[in-house]
Design a protein. Structure first.
Length: 236
């Protein structure tokens, strides 16, 4: 009987059972070689660089809008709320309201909308404290409308409804400089024709204002992509 005939039918040839060469690549190494790591790294670096440029451009936009002033005749002036202490506006809110008085005295709008709600236990809302402050400084109470939103988006949404109810469309938004771009974009998303006139007497300045600009730039960068209403839903 020959050697071939003696071999069992299921036996593999001797050469097939030999160990692979020591320098043969492992399956992991082969997979690594097949995956385009170099291209993946290039795409990742490019994406990171693009996001960085987008954020820095948005940061410059936040600062630029805050440094400007679009004061002009409009249908209504809308002032964004800030902290109040038992009916007394905080220095930050008072700075915004003082600017509203100047705009009112310049005859830029026949209507003023004050915004902002209150915290549990507060006797006054930010909108009410703002309205009282304006009346004390000579603004007629019958031209002031109060809306009590708990966020900037909600306040602007309610302000939009109040403005539209009066048959109006154009608004001049008053807040701190770092806040101006975002509220203008939100108002535009809500269907208003919006301009901004930031206060120049806010106590928030220097490094604190810059920190606010950094945060605002992040919010604006994301909000421009997914929408500010959607951003509010995601962040609460």
């Amino acid at each position: 009987m020959t050697d071939e005939a003696a071999a069992a039918p299921g036996d593999a040839p001797v050469e097939d059972l030999a160990e692979p060469p020591a320098d043969a690549p492992s399956s992991t190494e082969a997979t690594r070689k097949r995956f385009p790591w170099r291209r993946f790294r290039r795409v990742t670096y490019a994406a990171v660089a693009l996001l960085a440029v987008y954020y820095l451009a948005t940061l410059w936009w936040v600062h630029s809008v805050g440094a400007g002033d679009q004061a002009r005749p409009v249908d209504a002036i809308v002032v964004m709320g800030a902290a109040q202490y038992d009916g007394r506006p905080s220095p930050q809110l008072a700075a915004r309201l003082d600017h509203v008085v100047e705009l009112w005295e310049d005859g830029l709008a026949p209507m003023i909308v004050t915004t902002g709600g209150n915290l549990p236990g507060d006797r006054f809302t930010e909108a009410e404290a703002s309205a009282n402050y304006l009346v004390e400084r000579g603004v007629p109470g019958d031209v002031i409308v109060q809306v009590e939103g708990s966020t900037s988006f909600e306040s602007l949404e309610l302000a939009r409804d109040a403005v539209h109810a009066a048959g109006a469309q154009t608004v001049l938004l008053v807040s701190d400089p770092f806040h101006s771009l975002r509220i203008r974009l939100v108002a535009q998303e809500l269907g208003l024709t919006a301009y901004v006139s930031p206060t120049r007497t806010s106590p928030v300045g220097g490094s604190e204002a810059f920190w606010h600009e950094l945060k605002e730039a992040a919010g604006v960068a994301v909000g421009r992509i997914i929408g500010f209403e959607r951003l509010l839903e995601l962040t609460g």
